[in-house]
Design a protein around this ligand. Structure first.
Ligand SMILES: NC(=O)c1ccc[n+]([C@@H]2O[C@H](COP(=O)([O-])OP(=O)(O)OC[C@H]3O[C@@H](n4cnc5c(N)ncnc54)[C@H](OP(=O)(O)O)[C@@H]3O)[C@@H](O)[C@H]2O)c1
Length: 295
């Protein structure tokens, strides 16, 4: 029987890749961007899940504005937590599995080692609290929810999404011909969206439940990541290392939020390639997305 899936947030970086991945694996998939279904509309979510008779629902929709969330925590909570509170029962009624995406920001970053799934969350800001709320609601309402935690997502759709991604930000800054300052004392696991989509689908196909990390692999500082981006792009702008004392953001962020992929690998999933390799893939795929934006 053809597997059936629903993707919410289908126009985001991850949503675009999941639509592609699921199509390649022969799923019959309905994807909804925000204009089609706002996930805070519980009735619309429920109707979509029921009508499509989905076996699996991927919730890629998210409020991701970490700094803005500090002045509008209600909006972050409505989208990242309460909407999941409505989506999960809709999945239960339709007998569909829910895949909820979450973040390395559920951790406080004091550990200085890659976080495992059973490390204790301690979010530092409104965005992070709301994402942890989404995890908890998914697991409170469903026994078989899959929560995938990821980090610093970058996919070629970030060329034209509202929020973009770190790679596109670096390219814009490089075009401005000014020195670029990037924090070297914040470490994460930047994750290439197509690989995140593929590994998440692998987990679903293995019937995995609970929390699983899918990060980009080796821990890396944002400064080092910027250097790799410019290497992959074949450009050489002036990049200066800064730190969190000099570069203060509105929201507190975990200083070290790298995710361990050990569980994912124990489950038999393919390890992530080196970050430089993932960036090469990004730059190979990017022109098609940039062209679709121009067209
Ligand atoms: N991006 C990262 O660095 C990062 C890091 C860790 C975890 N994550 C998690 O990974 C998942 C995928 O992120 P991503 O990078 O694909 O994010 P993204 O590119 O920002 O996509 C999120 C999508 O959700 C949509 N959306 C926002 N509010 C919505 C609503 N109320 N109803 C329906 N759709 C809504 C957005 O639409 P609009 O553009 O119209 O707002 C956007 O298309 C999310 O759960 C995110 O929290 C991301």
């Amino acid at each position: 029987m053809t597997p059936r899936a629903v993707v919410f947030g289908a126009a985001g970086q991850l949503g675009v890749e999941l639509m592609r991945e699921l199509a390649a694996r022969g799923y019959r998939t309905l994807g909804f961007d925000r204009g089609e279904i706002d996930i805070t509309n519980g009735a619309a979510v429920e109707a979509a899940v029921a009508a499509h008779e989905a076996g699996v629902v991927f919730n890629c929709a998210a409020y991701n504005q970490v700094d803005v969330a500090e002045r509008e925590p209600e909006a972050a909570w409505r989208i990242n937590a309460l909407a999941v509170r409505h989506m999960a029962p809709a999945c239960r009624q339709a007998d569909a599995r829910l895949v909820q995406f979450s973040t390395d920001y559920v951790f406080d970053g004091f550990a200085h080692y890659p976080y495992a799934e059973d490390d204790r969350p301690h979010p530092l800001g409104a965005y992070a609290v709301s994402k942890l709320g989404g995890e908890l609601y998914a697991q409170a309402c469903l026994d078989d929810a899959l929560v995938v935690r990821t980090s610093g997502v970058y996919g070629p759709a970030g060329c034209h999404t509202g929020r973009g991604n770190f790679v596109e930000l670096m390219l814009r800054l490089a075009a401005s011909q000014q020195p670029i300052r990037v924090v070297q004392d914040h470490v994460a696991s930047p994750t290439f969206a197509p690989l995140l989509a593929a590994r998440s689908t692998d987990l679903v196909e293995r019937g995995q439940t609970g929390i699983v990390n899918i990060g980009g692999g080796a821990p890396i500082s944002w400064f080092q990541f910027a250097r790799l981006i410019f290497d992959a792009a074949g450009i050489d702008p002036l990049v200066l290392a800064t730190n969190q004392r000099e570069y203060r953001s509105v929201a507190r962020r975990p200083q070290y939020s790298a995710l361990s992929n050990a569980k994912m690998e124990r489950l038999g999933l393919q390890p992530m390639p080196a970050i430089a390799t993932a960036l090469q893939l990004y730059f190979a795929q990017r022109p098609a997305f940039a062209a679709s934006q121009a067209g």
